[in-house]
Design a protein. Structure first.
Length: 254
């Protein structure tokens, strides 16, 4: 068959007409993580519909790249958009077992110590079920994350950053803008508040801020959203979209 100049090739048509939900379900099945399919689908739609908003996508808390792959897929479809994935990407030896059997982590990067799961530790059963199997195969979560990017052909659309939101903010220029921020890092109240303040500095008007584990079982996340987003006049359109996924919009100017 001869393909004319204005006729799209078959693989392009197939990519456009294949259901996005099928790809998202495949990602949820193959990439370790805790984000459910309904949340991932909502996150994708929100990201995909930000084509008229200036900026990139920022993700705080990436783990093995489940939500990253969904955001990266949206970025690839949008074009001219990158996903900046901020995570400590802990290695096997960064985890320590506490006296009560739970686990916490401490990561040292460039002489700076970052601590995680201090206020709300990871209990032994979920650690052994969901986290230990990863370190049985890999030394670092970053290895799994990069493997995820390669599997879904997203390495050109996702930029990993090993650190926290404060150091990421210091690393980008003053002209950096974010059209969507997905916050799923440390779930303590102070940490979530800090993440919100850090991303609000460079959020574009009309951009979206999103939260995992919102109004479910994490009091720190709930209080931070209420204090820093719901009661913040800079945001509107606040809404719980799925069982544990809250979104709000940075108010448009004018």
């Amino acid at each position: 068959m001869t393909v004319t100049k204005n006729q799209p090739r078959e693989f392009q048509i197939g990519e456009i007409t294949s259901p996005v939900i099928d790809r998202i379900e495949a990602i949820a099945k193959n990439v370790p993580g805790w984000s459910p399919v309904d949340q991932l689908y909502t996150l994708f739609n929100l990201a995909y519909l930000t084509t008229d908003v200036r900026g990139d996508i920022v993700e705080i808390g990436s783990w093995c790249g489940r939500s990253t792959a969904v955001l990266g897929m949206a970025a690839r479809m949008i074009g001219n958009t990158k996903v900046h994935s901020i995570d400590l990407f802990p290695e096997k030896n960064d985890w320590k077992q506490n006296k009560d059997g739970s686990y916490s982590l401490e990561v040292e990067l460039d002489g700076v110590k970052y601590r995680g799961y201090q206020d709300q530790n990871v209990w032994r059963e979920p650690f052994e079920k969901d986290i230990a199997p990863i370190y049985a195969k890999y030394n670092s979560v970053l290895e799994v994350f990069n493997e995820t990017l390669s599997r879904y052909d997203l390495r050109n659309f996702v930029i990993p950053f090993r650190g926290d939101s404060q150091h990421f903010g210091a690393s980008v220029g003053i002209d950096f803008r974010c059209k969507l921020a997905f916050i799923d890092g440390d779930h303590s109240y102070d940490a979530v508040c800090l993440d919100i303040r850090n991303v609000q500095k460079f959020m574009a008007a009309g951009g979206w801020i999103c939260f995992d584990d919102a109004f479910s079982s994490y009091d720190g996340v709930n209080r931070a959203i209420k204090d820093c987003v719901i009661n913040n006049p800079a945001f509107d359109m606040g809404r719980q979209m799925t069982r544990k996924f809250f979104v709000a919009r940075k108010k448009r100017e004018g």
